[in-house]
Write a protein that binds this ligand. Structure first.
Ligand code: GLA
Length: 381
């Protein structure tokens, strides 16, 4: 399988389009590529191997990427097209054009389909929280809007989308509740209501709470406390999503392990948005607070023309270390999902600094499997 992707592209690649570094890296895959099984086959007894799909891919503009999704992965999640701002841009006006295509793609390819995300303060339309005068709406109005949104979206895909990120990013890194508009209007109840509505809309769907920096001890404590509280109140929640926007040095693997342990005691775990940035981080931590952005500076973009082999090796080792942890906790993990298919389409090229060249995913910019892919397949054995 990997050989097929590679042999179609390798001759083109080393014809001079890409840098020396990428060519040596790709060659290493060619020489060692004796594998004939895919990532999804290698991990099939452990957990789903998932990837993200975006609008361009679903509109047919990136057929090679879609092909990788089909051949290497058995689970999909929408990168943006199921967020509230996309499916309900105006109150009561739903647009499911791309979301329908996404779900159909998963069904046609016999994939597990994960829905992302129902209730999130970011990429939500303004109208959700405000009245005609622009003031925050009452508890009753917001509850009704949440109910309509969740019932319409989850209801449309009932029995087809297997699991949902019901609430995204409600806890701050210090473990306190984020002061989002949802929280300002409804307090902690917004989380309970969201899970209650999602469960009513599709009682069979698996329901998750999803967040970033989940290996941070203070955040871990906050999330554990919140989930225990939901359980005490009889709210249905199946598990926790650890986003997994990680870097070469952060987070600490021991802390990641402790979080897997702690969340595993509460339910199932999904590694929901995995990618491994090789670039320096402006604040030295791996997170995904979208409002934190930094101005471009050459020092922050060390590999514009290709990834040096030593960094590629660090990347491979670190990826393997994470997967060793996932395998250790495989009984609690239901899905490990890459946040994108190839390096060229990763959001990390533009966040937290715009215009950089990052290498965070399993396939390079020409859709070749990186050396790490074969190593992961070997590890799964
Ligand atoms: C967060 C969200 C994702 C996505 C990433 C950036 O992690 O959960 O949907 O927006 O940020 O791509």
């Amino acid at each position: 399988m990997l050989k097929t992707i590679h042999s179609a592209i390798f001759p083109l690649l080393c014809g001079g389009i890409v840098s020396f570094y990428s060519c040596t890296t790709t060659k290493a895959v060619a020489d060692n590529d004796s594998q004939d099984i895919s990532l999804k086959e290698a991990f099939k007894d452990k957990f789903y191997m998932g990837t993200t799909l975006n609008a361009w891919q679903l509109m047919g503009r990136r057929p090679e990427e879609l092909n990788i999704a089909k051949t290497q992965f058995n689970s999909i999640v929408a990168e943006n097209i199921m967020k509230s701002g996309r499916v309900q841009p105006k109150e009561g006006e739903f647009d499911f054009t791309l979301a329908d295509k996404f779900v159909e793609f998963g069904e046609q390819n016999d994939m597990h389909i994960h829905g992302h995300t129902l209730i999130w303060h970011s990429q939500a339309p303004r109208w959700f929280f405000t009245d005609n005068a622009g003031d925050l709406v009452s508890k009753e109005v917001l509850t009704e809007r949440m109910k309509t949104h969740i019932f319409t979206v989850v209801g449309r895909y009932k029995g087809r989308v297997a699991s949902w990120d019901v609430v995204n990013e409600a806890i701050e890194d210090d473990g306190s509740y984020r002061q989002s508009n949802f929280y300002k209007i409804l307090g902690e109840d917004f989380i309970k209501l969201a899970f209650k509505f999602a469960h009513q809309a599709d009682p069979e769907a698996k329901l998750y709470y999803n967040d970033y920096s989940m290996a941070n001890p203070r955040k871990r404590n906050g999330v554990v406390k919140m989930v225990e509280e939901l359980r005490r109140e009889g709210i249905h929640i199946d598990g926790i999503g650890m986003q997994g926007h990680v870097g070469l040095n952060n987070p600490d693997l021991e802390e990641f392990d402790k979080s897997l342990e702690a969340y595993g005691k509460l339910g199932k775990i999904m590694i929901t948005e995995l990618e491994l940035s090789v670039l320096p981080s402006p604040w030295g931590d791996a997170g995904a607070e979208l409002s934190d952005t930094y101005t471009y500076d050459d020092k922050m973009n060390p590999f514009p023309n290709g990834l040096p082999d030593d960094v590629q090796q660090q990347f491979t080792h670190r990826f393997i270390d994470f997967f060793k942890l996932f395998l250790k906790h495989k009984d609690n993990i239901t899905r490990v999902n890459l946040w994108g298919i190839n390096d060229g389409n990763s959001w990390k090229n533009n966040w937290p600094v715009r215009g950089r060249t990052d290498y965070p995913l399993l396939f390079d910019r020409e859709n070749n499997a990186k050396p790490v892919v074969e190593k992961l397949i070997e590890l799964a054995k």
